[in-house]
Design a protein around this ligand. Structure first.
Ligand code: FAD
Ligand code: NAI
Length: 498
Protein backbone atom coordinates (compact mmCIF):
# COMPACT_ATOMS: atom_id res chain seq x y z
CA UNK A 1 0.00 0.00 0.00
CA UNK A 2 2.84 2.38 0.89
CA UNK A 3 4.50 1.82 -2.47
CA UNK A 4 1.14 2.28 -4.25
CA UNK A 5 0.44 5.53 -2.40
CA UNK A 6 3.98 6.77 -3.13
CA UNK A 7 3.48 6.10 -6.87
CA UNK A 8 0.07 7.81 -6.89
CA UNK A 9 1.56 10.74 -4.97
CA UNK A 10 4.47 10.99 -7.43
CA UNK A 11 2.20 10.88 -10.45
CA UNK A 12 -0.11 13.49 -8.90
CA UNK A 13 2.81 15.81 -8.17
CA UNK A 14 4.20 15.47 -11.70
CA UNK A 15 0.73 16.09 -13.19
CA UNK A 16 0.14 19.16 -11.01
CA UNK A 17 3.64 20.43 -11.88
CA UNK A 18 3.12 19.96 -15.63
CA UNK A 19 -0.31 21.58 -15.53
CA UNK A 20 1.14 24.47 -13.52
CA UNK A 21 3.94 24.98 -16.06
CA UNK A 22 1.42 24.74 -18.93
CA UNK A 23 -0.85 27.30 -17.22
CA UNK A 24 2.09 29.62 -16.56
CA UNK A 25 3.29 29.58 -20.21
CA UNK A 26 -0.27 30.01 -21.52
CA UNK A 27 -0.88 32.98 -19.21
CA UNK A 28 2.45 34.54 -20.17
CA UNK A 29 1.53 34.22 -23.85
CA UNK A 30 -1.90 35.71 -23.16
CA UNK A 31 -0.72 38.79 -21.30
CA UNK A 32 1.94 40.73 -23.20
CA UNK A 33 3.79 43.39 -21.27
CA UNK A 34 4.36 47.10 -21.85
CA UNK A 35 6.42 47.86 -24.96
CA UNK A 36 8.83 50.65 -25.81
CA UNK A 37 7.27 53.17 -28.21
CA UNK A 38 8.64 53.82 -31.71
CA UNK A 39 11.80 55.92 -31.53
CA UNK A 40 12.19 58.74 -34.10
CA UNK A 41 15.98 58.22 -33.95
CA UNK A 42 15.64 54.66 -35.26
CA UNK A 43 15.37 53.56 -38.85
CA UNK A 44 12.06 52.30 -40.22
CA UNK A 45 11.99 48.64 -41.18
CA UNK A 46 8.95 47.64 -43.22
CA UNK A 47 8.11 43.95 -43.50
CA UNK A 48 5.73 42.87 -46.28
CA UNK A 49 3.92 39.62 -45.50
CA UNK A 50 3.00 37.56 -42.45
CA UNK A 51 3.84 34.08 -43.74
CA UNK A 52 6.73 31.72 -43.05
CA UNK A 53 9.52 34.12 -43.98
CA UNK A 54 8.11 37.24 -42.29
CA UNK A 55 6.96 35.47 -39.10
CA UNK A 56 10.26 33.71 -38.62
CA UNK A 57 12.02 37.07 -39.06
CA UNK A 58 9.69 38.77 -36.56
CA UNK A 59 10.22 36.03 -33.99
CA UNK A 60 13.99 36.46 -34.04
CA UNK A 61 14.26 40.20 -34.73
CA UNK A 62 15.51 42.51 -32.00
CA UNK A 63 12.88 45.24 -32.33
CA UNK A 64 14.85 47.68 -30.17
CA UNK A 65 17.01 48.24 -33.27
CA UNK A 66 14.24 49.52 -35.54
CA UNK A 67 10.76 50.96 -35.81
CA UNK A 68 9.11 47.94 -37.38
CA UNK A 69 5.96 48.05 -39.50
CA UNK A 70 4.37 44.84 -40.81
CA UNK A 71 2.00 45.06 -43.78
CA UNK A 72 0.02 42.02 -44.87
CA UNK A 73 -3.50 41.39 -46.20
CA UNK A 74 -3.78 38.58 -43.62
CA UNK A 75 -3.40 39.60 -40.00
CA UNK A 76 -2.21 36.09 -39.17
CA UNK A 77 0.38 33.44 -39.91
CA UNK A 78 -0.90 30.30 -41.65
CA UNK A 79 0.78 26.96 -40.93
CA UNK A 80 0.50 25.68 -44.52
CA UNK A 81 1.73 22.07 -43.99
CA UNK A 82 -1.51 21.25 -42.16
CA UNK A 83 -3.83 23.06 -44.57
CA UNK A 84 -4.98 19.88 -46.39
CA UNK A 85 -6.15 18.53 -43.02
CA UNK A 86 -8.45 21.55 -42.67
CA UNK A 87 -9.99 20.81 -46.08
CA UNK A 88 -11.52 17.55 -44.81
CA UNK A 89 -12.29 18.72 -41.29
CA UNK A 90 -9.52 16.85 -39.45
CA UNK A 91 -8.37 20.20 -38.11
CA UNK A 92 -10.29 23.30 -37.22
CA UNK A 93 -9.20 26.27 -39.42
CA UNK A 94 -8.39 28.37 -36.34
CA UNK A 95 -6.03 25.71 -34.99
CA UNK A 96 -3.42 26.36 -37.67
CA UNK A 97 -3.36 30.14 -37.72
CA UNK A 98 -1.68 32.50 -35.33
CA UNK A 99 -2.52 36.21 -35.21
CA UNK A 100 0.56 38.26 -36.13
CA UNK A 101 -0.07 40.45 -33.09
CA UNK A 102 0.54 37.39 -30.85
CA UNK A 103 4.13 37.60 -32.04
CA UNK A 104 4.60 41.35 -32.29
CA UNK A 105 2.98 42.23 -28.92
CA UNK A 106 5.67 40.19 -27.18
CA UNK A 107 8.53 42.18 -28.75
CA UNK A 108 10.46 44.72 -26.69
CA UNK A 109 9.60 47.67 -28.93
CA UNK A 110 6.16 48.22 -30.43
CA UNK A 111 5.61 46.79 -33.89
CA UNK A 112 2.85 48.27 -36.06
CA UNK A 113 0.72 45.66 -37.80
CA UNK A 114 -1.29 46.93 -40.77
CA UNK A 115 -3.81 44.68 -42.50
CA UNK A 116 -3.33 45.74 -46.11
CA UNK A 117 -1.91 44.61 -49.44
CA UNK A 118 1.22 46.30 -50.69
CA UNK A 119 0.35 47.49 -54.19
CA UNK A 120 3.55 49.23 -55.21
CA UNK A 121 7.13 49.39 -54.00
CA UNK A 122 9.32 52.22 -55.24
CA UNK A 123 12.95 51.18 -54.60
CA UNK A 124 14.30 54.61 -55.60
CA UNK A 125 12.03 56.81 -53.47
CA UNK A 126 11.98 54.02 -50.84
CA UNK A 127 8.22 54.01 -50.45
CA UNK A 128 5.53 51.37 -50.21
CA UNK A 129 1.96 52.00 -51.30
CA UNK A 130 -0.64 49.80 -49.66
CA UNK A 131 -4.40 49.38 -49.66
CA UNK A 132 -7.01 47.92 -47.35
CA UNK A 133 -8.51 45.21 -49.53
CA UNK A 134 -10.78 43.72 -46.86
CA UNK A 135 -14.59 43.84 -46.91
CA UNK A 136 -14.92 46.76 -44.51
CA UNK A 137 -12.89 49.93 -45.02
CA UNK A 138 -12.61 53.20 -43.16
CA UNK A 139 -12.38 56.69 -44.70
CA UNK A 140 -8.77 56.02 -45.61
CA UNK A 141 -8.22 52.79 -47.52
CA UNK A 142 -4.99 53.54 -49.37
CA UNK A 143 -1.80 55.31 -48.41
CA UNK A 144 1.97 55.04 -48.63
CA UNK A 145 4.90 55.14 -46.22
CA UNK A 146 8.63 55.65 -46.46
CA UNK A 147 11.04 52.94 -45.38
CA UNK A 148 14.74 52.82 -44.65
CA UNK A 149 14.89 49.04 -45.00
CA UNK A 150 12.33 46.72 -46.55
CA UNK A 151 11.86 42.99 -46.17
CA UNK A 152 9.93 41.63 -49.11
CA UNK A 153 8.24 38.37 -48.05
CA UNK A 154 4.96 38.33 -49.97
CA UNK A 155 5.15 34.67 -51.03
CA UNK A 156 3.62 33.52 -54.30
CA UNK A 157 0.18 32.95 -55.76
CA UNK A 158 -1.48 30.03 -57.52
CA UNK A 159 -0.27 29.32 -61.04
CA UNK A 160 -3.15 28.67 -63.43
CA UNK A 161 -1.13 28.78 -66.69
CA UNK A 162 -4.11 30.65 -68.17
CA UNK A 163 -5.95 27.30 -68.49
CA UNK A 164 -9.64 28.00 -69.15
CA UNK A 165 -12.00 27.39 -66.25
CA UNK A 166 -9.37 26.93 -63.52
CA UNK A 167 -10.28 30.09 -61.63
CA UNK A 168 -14.03 29.66 -62.14
CA UNK A 169 -14.53 25.96 -61.48
CA UNK A 170 -11.76 24.63 -59.23
CA UNK A 171 -10.70 24.98 -55.59
CA UNK A 172 -7.15 26.02 -54.79
CA UNK A 173 -5.18 24.79 -51.77
CA UNK A 174 -3.10 27.83 -50.80
CA UNK A 175 -5.01 29.97 -48.32
CA UNK A 176 -7.23 29.14 -45.36
CA UNK A 177 -10.36 30.15 -47.29
CA UNK A 178 -9.37 27.70 -50.08
CA UNK A 179 -9.45 24.78 -47.65
CA UNK A 180 -12.77 25.94 -46.18
CA UNK A 181 -14.23 26.31 -49.69
CA UNK A 182 -13.07 22.82 -50.61
CA UNK A 183 -14.68 21.33 -47.50
CA UNK A 184 -17.98 23.08 -48.26
CA UNK A 185 -18.01 22.00 -51.91
CA UNK A 186 -17.01 18.44 -51.12
CA UNK A 187 -19.90 18.06 -48.67
CA UNK A 188 -22.20 19.79 -51.15
CA UNK A 189 -21.29 17.17 -53.76
CA UNK A 190 -22.18 14.44 -51.26
CA UNK A 191 -25.52 15.98 -50.32
CA UNK A 192 -26.40 16.60 -53.98
CA UNK A 193 -25.55 12.98 -54.76
CA UNK A 194 -27.87 11.96 -51.92
CA UNK A 195 -30.73 14.01 -53.40
CA UNK A 196 -33.64 11.69 -54.27
CA UNK A 197 -33.97 10.55 -57.87
CA UNK A 198 -30.35 11.17 -58.91
CA UNK A 199 -29.24 8.79 -61.69
CA UNK A 200 -26.24 6.55 -60.99
CA UNK A 201 -24.24 8.42 -63.67
CA UNK A 202 -24.93 11.71 -61.93
CA UNK A 203 -24.03 10.22 -58.53
CA UNK A 204 -20.76 8.97 -60.04
CA UNK A 205 -20.03 12.39 -61.52
CA UNK A 206 -20.78 14.28 -58.31
CA UNK A 207 -18.62 11.93 -56.28
CA UNK A 208 -15.63 12.00 -58.62
CA UNK A 209 -12.94 14.19 -57.02
CA UNK A 210 -10.13 15.24 -59.35
CA UNK A 211 -6.91 16.58 -57.85
CA UNK A 212 -4.63 18.35 -60.35
CA UNK A 213 -0.89 18.36 -59.60
CA UNK A 214 1.14 15.47 -58.24
CA UNK A 215 3.41 17.69 -56.15
CA UNK A 216 3.28 17.32 -52.34
CA UNK A 217 0.13 19.49 -52.08
CA UNK A 218 -1.86 17.33 -54.53
CA UNK A 219 -0.65 14.10 -52.95
CA UNK A 220 -1.50 15.25 -49.41
CA UNK A 221 -4.96 16.46 -50.43
CA UNK A 222 -5.69 13.12 -52.16
CA UNK A 223 -4.57 11.22 -49.06
CA UNK A 224 -6.73 13.38 -46.77
CA UNK A 225 -9.85 12.92 -48.94
CA UNK A 226 -9.26 9.16 -48.84
CA UNK A 227 -9.03 9.21 -45.02
CA UNK A 228 -12.26 11.21 -44.77
CA UNK A 229 -13.97 8.68 -47.01
CA UNK A 230 -12.73 5.59 -45.17
CA UNK A 231 -12.95 6.87 -41.60
CA UNK A 232 -16.17 8.85 -41.70
CA UNK A 233 -18.15 8.95 -44.94
CA UNK A 234 -18.57 5.18 -44.95
CA UNK A 235 -20.50 5.52 -41.67
CA UNK A 236 -22.62 8.55 -42.51
CA UNK A 237 -23.19 8.00 -46.26
CA UNK A 238 -23.07 4.19 -46.55
CA UNK A 239 -25.16 4.23 -49.72
CA UNK A 240 -22.75 6.65 -51.46
CA UNK A 241 -19.30 5.73 -50.13
CA UNK A 242 -18.61 3.11 -52.79
CA UNK A 243 -19.26 5.63 -55.54
CA UNK A 244 -16.63 8.12 -54.33
CA UNK A 245 -13.58 8.17 -56.67
CA UNK A 246 -10.37 10.13 -56.31
CA UNK A 247 -8.18 10.81 -59.36
CA UNK A 248 -4.80 12.53 -59.17
CA UNK A 249 -3.66 14.05 -62.47
CA UNK A 250 0.02 14.85 -63.05
CA UNK A 251 1.64 16.15 -66.24
CA UNK A 252 5.06 14.66 -65.46
CA UNK A 253 5.97 10.94 -65.62
CA UNK A 254 5.66 10.55 -61.82
CA UNK A 255 4.24 12.19 -58.73
CA UNK A 256 6.46 13.80 -56.09
CA UNK A 257 9.52 14.35 -58.29
CA UNK A 258 11.40 15.90 -55.34
CA UNK A 259 11.28 12.65 -53.32
CA UNK A 260 13.53 9.61 -53.81
CA UNK A 261 12.43 6.91 -56.28
CA UNK A 262 11.75 4.44 -53.49
CA UNK A 263 9.26 6.82 -51.84
CA UNK A 264 7.59 7.64 -55.14
CA UNK A 265 7.02 3.90 -55.65
CA UNK A 266 5.78 3.54 -52.08
CA UNK A 267 3.31 6.42 -52.55
CA UNK A 268 2.07 4.97 -55.83
CA UNK A 269 1.50 1.53 -54.30
CA UNK A 270 -0.21 3.04 -51.22
CA UNK A 271 -2.51 5.03 -53.51
CA UNK A 272 -3.24 1.89 -55.54
CA UNK A 273 -4.30 0.05 -52.39
CA UNK A 274 -6.37 3.05 -51.36
CA UNK A 275 -8.03 3.06 -54.83
CA UNK A 276 -6.76 6.53 -55.65
CA UNK A 277 -6.16 6.62 -59.41
CA UNK A 278 -2.97 8.31 -60.54
CA UNK A 279 -2.89 9.56 -64.12
CA UNK A 280 0.68 10.56 -64.98
CA UNK A 281 1.85 12.16 -68.24
CA UNK A 282 -1.66 13.58 -68.35
CA UNK A 283 -2.30 17.28 -68.61
CA UNK A 284 -5.41 19.23 -67.67
CA UNK A 285 -6.36 21.41 -70.63
CA UNK A 286 -9.63 22.89 -69.41
CA UNK A 287 -11.94 22.74 -66.44
CA UNK A 288 -15.66 22.96 -67.07
CA UNK A 289 -18.51 23.25 -64.58
CA UNK A 290 -19.12 19.49 -64.54
CA UNK A 291 -16.02 17.99 -66.10
CA UNK A 292 -12.31 18.22 -66.65
CA UNK A 293 -10.68 18.03 -70.08
CA UNK A 294 -7.50 15.92 -70.12
CA UNK A 295 -4.76 15.39 -72.63
CA UNK A 296 -3.62 11.76 -72.33
CA UNK A 297 -0.04 10.53 -72.89
CA UNK A 298 -0.92 9.66 -76.50
CA UNK A 299 -2.05 13.31 -76.94
CA UNK A 300 -5.71 12.30 -77.29
CA UNK A 301 -8.26 14.50 -75.51
CA UNK A 302 -10.85 13.11 -73.13
CA UNK A 303 -13.55 14.85 -71.11
CA UNK A 304 -14.05 13.32 -67.68
CA UNK A 305 -17.17 14.14 -65.64
CA UNK A 306 -16.47 15.19 -62.02
CA UNK A 307 -18.05 16.95 -59.08
CA UNK A 308 -15.01 18.73 -57.67
CA UNK A 309 -11.60 19.76 -58.99
CA UNK A 310 -8.80 20.70 -56.61
CA UNK A 311 -6.07 22.70 -58.34
CA UNK A 312 -2.60 22.16 -56.85
CA UNK A 313 -0.44 22.79 -59.91
CA UNK A 314 2.20 25.09 -58.44
CA UNK A 315 2.91 28.77 -57.89
CA UNK A 316 3.76 31.95 -59.74
CA UNK A 317 4.95 35.41 -58.76
CA UNK A 318 2.52 37.98 -57.40
CA UNK A 319 1.86 41.16 -59.39
CA UNK A 320 3.50 43.36 -56.72
CA UNK A 321 6.67 41.25 -57.09
CA UNK A 322 6.65 41.41 -60.89
CA UNK A 323 6.14 45.21 -60.75
CA UNK A 324 8.99 45.67 -58.29
CA UNK A 325 11.33 43.60 -60.46
CA UNK A 326 10.27 45.54 -63.56
CA UNK A 327 11.54 48.74 -61.91
CA UNK A 328 15.09 47.33 -61.92
CA UNK A 329 15.29 45.68 -65.34
CA UNK A 330 19.11 45.61 -65.42
CA UNK A 331 19.51 43.72 -62.15
CA UNK A 332 16.27 41.73 -62.05
CA UNK A 333 16.39 39.34 -64.96
CA UNK A 334 15.47 36.04 -63.25
CA UNK A 335 11.90 35.15 -64.24
CA UNK A 336 11.52 32.77 -61.27
CA UNK A 337 11.60 35.56 -58.71
CA UNK A 338 13.47 38.39 -57.06
CA UNK A 339 17.20 37.92 -57.69
CA UNK A 340 19.14 38.26 -54.43
CA UNK A 341 22.80 38.18 -53.44
CA UNK A 342 24.37 35.76 -50.97
CA UNK A 343 22.94 37.86 -48.11
CA UNK A 344 19.40 37.82 -49.59
CA UNK A 345 19.64 41.48 -50.55
CA UNK A 346 17.71 42.25 -53.71
CA UNK A 347 20.07 42.74 -56.63
CA UNK A 348 20.10 46.37 -57.75
CA UNK A 349 19.10 47.81 -54.34
CA UNK A 350 20.86 48.53 -51.07
CA UNK A 351 17.87 48.44 -48.77
CA UNK A 352 15.53 45.62 -49.83
CA UNK A 353 15.82 41.95 -48.84
CA UNK A 354 13.67 39.27 -50.42
CA UNK A 355 12.93 35.97 -48.65
CA UNK A 356 10.75 32.93 -49.17
CA UNK A 357 8.77 31.95 -52.26
CA UNK A 358 9.10 35.38 -53.91
CA UNK A 359 12.91 35.14 -54.03
CA UNK A 360 14.80 33.27 -56.75
CA UNK A 361 17.44 31.18 -54.97
CA UNK A 362 18.88 27.75 -55.60
CA UNK A 363 16.51 26.26 -53.00
CA UNK A 364 12.99 24.87 -53.43
CA UNK A 365 10.16 27.21 -52.46
CA UNK A 366 9.42 25.64 -49.09
CA UNK A 367 8.48 26.73 -45.59
CA UNK A 368 11.77 25.34 -44.33
CA UNK A 369 13.77 27.61 -46.61
CA UNK A 370 11.59 30.68 -45.93
CA UNK A 371 11.81 30.28 -42.15
CA UNK A 372 15.58 29.78 -42.16
CA UNK A 373 15.92 32.85 -44.37
CA UNK A 374 13.76 34.87 -41.96
CA UNK A 375 15.86 33.86 -38.94
CA UNK A 376 19.07 34.58 -40.87
CA UNK A 377 17.82 38.00 -41.92
CA UNK A 378 17.05 38.90 -38.29
CA UNK A 379 20.76 38.33 -37.52
CA UNK A 380 21.85 40.36 -40.55
CA UNK A 381 19.55 43.22 -39.60
CA UNK A 382 20.96 43.20 -36.06
CA UNK A 383 24.46 43.53 -37.51
CA UNK A 384 23.34 46.31 -39.84
CA UNK A 385 21.72 48.19 -36.95
CA UNK A 386 24.99 47.92 -35.04
CA UNK A 387 26.88 49.25 -38.05
CA UNK A 388 24.40 52.11 -38.52
CA UNK A 389 24.75 53.10 -34.83
CA UNK A 390 28.55 53.03 -35.08
CA UNK A 391 28.45 55.19 -38.20
CA UNK A 392 26.26 57.78 -36.46
CA UNK A 393 28.60 57.83 -33.46
CA UNK A 394 31.65 58.10 -35.73
CA UNK A 395 30.15 61.01 -37.63
CA UNK A 396 29.33 62.81 -34.37
CA UNK A 397 32.91 62.34 -33.15
CA UNK A 398 34.45 63.32 -36.47
CA UNK A 399 32.28 66.44 -36.76
CA UNK A 400 33.16 67.53 -33.19
CA UNK A 401 36.49 68.77 -31.81
CA UNK A 402 39.24 66.12 -32.13
CA UNK A 403 40.77 65.61 -28.68
CA UNK A 404 43.12 63.03 -27.20
CA UNK A 405 40.04 61.27 -25.75
CA UNK A 406 38.06 61.10 -28.99
CA UNK A 407 40.95 59.79 -31.18
CA UNK A 408 41.14 56.29 -29.63
CA UNK A 409 37.34 56.00 -29.69
CA UNK A 410 37.32 56.92 -33.39
CA UNK A 411 40.00 54.30 -34.08
CA UNK A 412 38.07 51.71 -32.11
CA UNK A 413 34.82 52.46 -33.98
CA UNK A 414 36.65 52.21 -37.30
CA UNK A 415 37.95 48.79 -36.33
CA UNK A 416 34.48 47.66 -35.27
CA UNK A 417 33.03 48.96 -38.52
CA UNK A 418 35.40 46.80 -40.54
CA UNK A 419 34.14 43.79 -38.56
CA UNK A 420 30.47 44.62 -39.14
CA UNK A 421 31.10 44.85 -42.89
CA UNK A 422 31.76 41.13 -42.94
CA UNK A 423 28.32 39.55 -43.22
CA UNK A 424 28.02 35.79 -43.31
CA UNK A 425 26.22 34.55 -46.43
CA UNK A 426 22.95 32.66 -46.04
CA UNK A 427 23.44 28.93 -45.69
CA UNK A 428 20.45 26.58 -45.92
CA UNK A 429 20.48 23.51 -43.73
CA UNK A 430 18.08 20.90 -45.13
CA UNK A 431 16.22 19.05 -42.37
CA UNK A 432 14.51 16.61 -44.75
CA UNK A 433 11.27 16.38 -46.73
CA UNK A 434 8.09 14.99 -45.25
CA UNK A 435 4.67 14.37 -46.74
CA UNK A 436 1.46 12.73 -45.57
CA UNK A 437 0.04 10.25 -48.10
CA UNK A 438 -3.14 9.12 -46.31
CA UNK A 439 -4.07 5.79 -44.64
CA UNK A 440 -2.05 6.89 -41.56
CA UNK A 441 1.15 6.74 -43.62
CA UNK A 442 3.74 9.39 -44.37
CA UNK A 443 6.98 9.48 -46.34
CA UNK A 444 10.24 11.11 -45.33
CA UNK A 445 13.55 11.78 -47.04
CA UNK A 446 15.86 12.62 -44.17
CA UNK A 447 19.52 13.61 -44.24
CA UNK A 448 21.40 10.82 -42.48
CA UNK A 449 25.14 11.16 -41.84
CA UNK A 450 26.32 12.12 -45.30
CA UNK A 451 23.56 10.24 -47.10
CA UNK A 452 19.80 10.06 -47.20
CA UNK A 453 17.34 7.98 -45.21
CA UNK A 454 14.16 7.27 -47.15
CA UNK A 455 11.35 5.97 -44.98
CA UNK A 456 7.62 5.53 -45.28
CA UNK A 457 4.76 4.03 -43.29
CA UNK A 458 2.87 4.35 -40.04
CA UNK A 459 5.96 5.10 -37.91
CA UNK A 460 6.89 7.89 -40.34
CA UNK A 461 3.32 9.19 -39.97
CA UNK A 462 3.81 9.45 -36.19
CA UNK A 463 7.12 11.19 -36.82
CA UNK A 464 5.36 13.53 -39.31
CA UNK A 465 2.76 14.40 -36.69
CA UNK A 466 5.28 15.03 -33.93
CA UNK A 467 7.56 17.01 -36.26
CA UNK A 468 4.75 19.36 -37.28
CA UNK A 469 3.36 19.58 -33.76
CA UNK A 470 6.72 20.79 -32.51
CA UNK A 471 7.20 23.13 -35.49
CA UNK A 472 3.93 24.96 -34.78
CA UNK A 473 4.85 28.42 -33.55
CA UNK A 474 2.95 28.56 -30.25
CA UNK A 475 1.75 26.49 -27.31
CA UNK A 476 -1.78 27.59 -28.20
CA UNK A 477 -1.57 26.15 -31.74
CA UNK A 478 0.10 22.96 -30.52
CA UNK A 479 -2.68 22.45 -27.98
CA UNK A 480 -5.44 23.16 -30.51
CA UNK A 481 -3.99 20.83 -33.16
CA UNK A 482 -3.36 18.01 -30.67
CA UNK A 483 -6.90 18.41 -29.31
CA UNK A 484 -8.36 18.31 -32.84
CA UNK A 485 -6.50 15.07 -33.56
CA UNK A 486 -7.84 13.51 -30.36
CA UNK A 487 -11.38 14.78 -31.10
CA UNK A 488 -11.31 13.22 -34.59
CA UNK A 489 -10.01 9.93 -33.19
CA UNK A 490 -12.83 9.86 -30.63
CA UNK A 491 -15.80 11.32 -32.50
CA UNK A 492 -14.79 11.39 -36.19
CA UNK A 493 -14.92 14.36 -38.53
CA UNK A 494 -17.95 16.63 -38.68
CA UNK A 495 -19.96 16.19 -41.89
CA UNK A 496 -22.23 19.23 -41.46
CA UNK A 497 -21.94 21.70 -44.31
CA UNK A 498 -21.45 25.27 -43.10
P1 FAD B 1 3.86 32.72 -47.42
O1 FAD B 1 3.99 31.86 -46.24
O2 FAD B 1 2.87 32.37 -48.48
O3 FAD B 1 3.55 34.20 -46.90
C1 FAD B 1 3.33 35.27 -47.76
C2 FAD B 1 2.69 36.37 -46.96
O4 FAD B 1 2.58 37.55 -47.75
C3 FAD B 1 1.27 36.02 -46.53
O5 FAD B 1 1.10 36.43 -45.20
C4 FAD B 1 0.41 36.85 -47.45
O6 FAD B 1 -0.84 37.18 -46.87
C5 FAD B 1 1.29 38.08 -47.62
N1 FAD B 1 1.01 38.86 -48.83
C6 FAD B 1 0.48 38.45 -49.98
N2 FAD B 1 0.37 39.48 -50.83
C7 FAD B 1 0.84 40.57 -50.19
C8 FAD B 1 0.98 41.93 -50.54
N3 FAD B 1 0.59 42.40 -51.72
N4 FAD B 1 1.50 42.78 -49.62
C9 FAD B 1 1.87 42.31 -48.41
N5 FAD B 1 1.77 41.05 -48.03
C10 FAD B 1 1.27 40.18 -48.92
N6 FAD B 1 6.68 23.74 -47.23
C11 FAD B 1 7.41 22.92 -46.46
O7 FAD B 1 8.61 23.16 -46.28
N7 FAD B 1 6.85 21.84 -45.85
C12 FAD B 1 5.55 21.55 -45.98
O8 FAD B 1 5.07 20.57 -45.44
C13 FAD B 1 4.75 22.40 -46.79
N8 FAD B 1 3.45 22.14 -46.94
C14 FAD B 1 2.69 22.98 -47.71
C15 FAD B 1 1.33 22.70 -47.85
C16 FAD B 1 0.54 23.51 -48.62
C17 FAD B 1 -0.91 23.20 -48.78
C18 FAD B 1 1.10 24.65 -49.26
C19 FAD B 1 0.24 25.56 -50.09
C20 FAD B 1 2.45 24.93 -49.13
C21 FAD B 1 3.25 24.09 -48.35
N9 FAD B 1 4.62 24.33 -48.19
C22 FAD B 1 5.36 23.52 -47.41
C23 FAD B 1 5.24 25.47 -48.86
C24 FAD B 1 5.29 26.67 -47.92
O9 FAD B 1 4.01 26.96 -47.42
C25 FAD B 1 5.82 27.91 -48.64
O10 FAD B 1 7.05 27.63 -49.23
C26 FAD B 1 5.96 29.04 -47.62
O11 FAD B 1 4.68 29.46 -47.22
C27 FAD B 1 6.72 30.22 -48.19
O12 FAD B 1 6.81 31.20 -47.21
P2 FAD B 1 6.69 32.75 -47.62
O13 FAD B 1 6.88 33.54 -46.38
O14 FAD B 1 7.56 33.03 -48.77
O15 FAD B 1 5.23 32.90 -48.18
P1 NAI C 1 4.49 21.76 -57.23
O1 NAI C 1 4.95 22.82 -58.14
O2 NAI C 1 5.47 21.04 -56.40
O3 NAI C 1 3.69 20.65 -58.05
C1 NAI C 1 2.73 20.98 -59.03
C2 NAI C 1 2.57 19.84 -59.99
O4 NAI C 1 1.50 20.10 -60.85
C3 NAI C 1 3.81 19.64 -60.86
O5 NAI C 1 4.32 18.35 -60.66
C4 NAI C 1 3.31 19.88 -62.27
O6 NAI C 1 3.90 19.02 -63.19
C5 NAI C 1 1.83 19.61 -62.13
N1 NAI C 1 1.03 20.34 -63.13
C6 NAI C 1 1.13 21.63 -63.50
N2 NAI C 1 0.22 21.93 -64.43
C7 NAI C 1 -0.48 20.80 -64.66
C8 NAI C 1 -1.56 20.49 -65.54
N3 NAI C 1 -2.11 21.40 -66.34
N4 NAI C 1 -2.03 19.23 -65.54
C9 NAI C 1 -1.49 18.29 -64.73
N5 NAI C 1 -0.48 18.53 -63.88
C10 NAI C 1 0.01 19.77 -63.84
O7 NAI C 1 3.33 22.43 -56.34
P2 NAI C 1 2.89 22.13 -54.83
O8 NAI C 1 2.65 20.70 -54.60
O9 NAI C 1 1.78 23.07 -54.55
O10 NAI C 1 4.17 22.58 -53.98
C11 NAI C 1 4.63 23.92 -54.01
C12 NAI C 1 5.88 24.04 -53.15
O11 NAI C 1 5.54 23.81 -51.80
C13 NAI C 1 6.95 23.02 -53.51
O12 NAI C 1 8.21 23.59 -53.37
C14 NAI C 1 6.78 21.94 -52.48
O13 NAI C 1 7.99 21.27 -52.20
C15 NAI C 1 6.27 22.72 -51.29
N6 NAI C 1 5.40 21.84 -50.51
C16 NAI C 1 6.00 20.95 -49.68
C17 NAI C 1 5.25 20.06 -48.97
C18 NAI C 1 5.92 19.06 -48.10
O14 NAI C 1 7.12 19.12 -47.96
N7 NAI C 1 5.18 18.17 -47.50
C19 NAI C 1 3.77 20.05 -49.04
C20 NAI C 1 3.24 21.00 -50.00
C21 NAI C 1 4.05 21.85 -50.68
Amino acid sequence: WRRFLQTVGGVTLVTIGSLGAFYYVAQKDKTPGVQLPHDPEKKTLVVLGSGWGATSLLKSLDTTDYNVIVISPKNYFLFTPLLPSVAVGTLNPRSIIQPTRYVTRHKTRQVSVIEASATEVDPIAKTVKFADTSEIQGEVAETSIKYDYLVFAVGAEVQTFGIPGVKEHSCFMKELEDAEKMQRRFLDCLESAAFPGQSQDEVNRLLHMVVVGGGPTGVEVSGEIHDFLEEDLRSWYPELANSVRITLVEALPSVLPMFSKQLIDYTESTFKEAKIDILTKTMVKEIKEKSVVLQRPDKSIVEVPCGLVIWAAGNKLRKVTQDLMARLPQAQTNRRGVAVDAHLRMEGTDSIWAIGDCAATSYAPTAQVASQQGAYLARILAQIAKRDNLEVRLKTLQDGPQTEETKPEIASIERQLVKTEKLRPFHYSHQGSLAYIGSDKAIADLPFFNGNLATGGVATFLFWRSAYLSTLFSLRNRTLVATDWIKVKLFGRDVSRE
